[in-house]
Write a protein that binds this ligand. Sequence first.
Ligand SMILES: NC(=O)c1ccc[n+]([C@@H]2O[C@H](COP(=O)([O-])OP(=O)(O)OC[C@H]3O[C@@H](n4cnc5c(N)ncnc54)[C@H](O)[C@@H]3O)[C@@H](O)[C@H]2O)c1
Length: 287
Amino acid sequence: MESIQGKIAVITGGASGIGLAMAKRFAAEGAKLVLADVEDAALQSAANELAATGAEVLAVRTDVARFDDVQDLANRAVDRFGKVHIVCNNAGVATAGFLAEATIHDWQWVVGVNLFGVINGVQAFLPILLRQGEECHFVNTASIAGLIVGPGMGIYCTTKHAVVALSEALYHEMQLMQTKVGVSVLCPAWVNTKIVDSGRNRPAGAANPTEELGPTAKMLQEYTRQVVKAGLSPDVIANHVVSAIVAKQFYILTHPEMTPAVQMRMDAIIGGSAPGFVPPPGINKIQ
Ligand SMILES: NC(=O)c1ccc[n+]([C@@H]2O[C@H](COP(=O)([O-])OP(=O)(O)OC[C@H]3O[C@@H](n4cnc5c(N)ncnc54)[C@H](O)[C@@H]3O)[C@@H](O)[C@H]2O)c1
């Protein structure tokens, strides 16, 4: 896609963090926006903020884990703007802690949002993008946790690796089918957003029987809060995304300091050794 000017962009998780930064950057490029988020008050306030800058915005309260919600989002986007050119499947949540402390509710919630959110976005929007036959682009937000694996992030890493796999499959197929649908997968490391407070959007049905976090979850939550706060601005990530859409770049790696960790994993796979990791401080002391 040569330019984002005048394009229709759908962004899930658009009320905060990376999603909101993408929305602002797209609006600055002259795109029209469809903002989707499960957090209604934050969604309305983000939409108002963008509209006040002169952007055309449709806000649709959407739980990306529910296919019917995402299908409704797609229908409303087309009803309002007639077309969709950019789909950012970005909404995501995170839990931390060793798998031995995880509950089935943790798994269901994180897989529902992070993986089914992207699956639902592809299922609902791909037929529209193919039918249009114009230059279009999916940007699926994975994470550097979709390329490497460490302890304490097993559920999150599982979903993000799956998002990378889904995105690669979609890319290959769009190429083979000679469509005009581009695909990128966004793989940042730490970004200064509200991701550590993901629990604010956890549905009552996926709540754990006790609010008490396990010992590794407590430790990692504190560690994650610090590194996220020291992370990149979401605006920097949004700049990478716009450049990648224009350049038709598939992998969007925003943190070059993480490349050695990706290399280490690949070397272990090819070399047949056990997987290695760089532990966060304190994590190697857990019994
Ligand atoms: N912040 C980081 O360090 C980091 C690093 C790598 C990848 N990511 C990924 O970036 C994406 C955006 O996260 P962020 O860091 O901006 O966090 P954030 O919490 O600031 O924003 C996430 C948004 O997703 C929304 N959301 C949560 N559950 C939803 C649901 N079921 N349906 C619709 N919307 C929902 C939230 O309300 C929020 O507005 C996520 O996929 C996350 O995994 C974040």
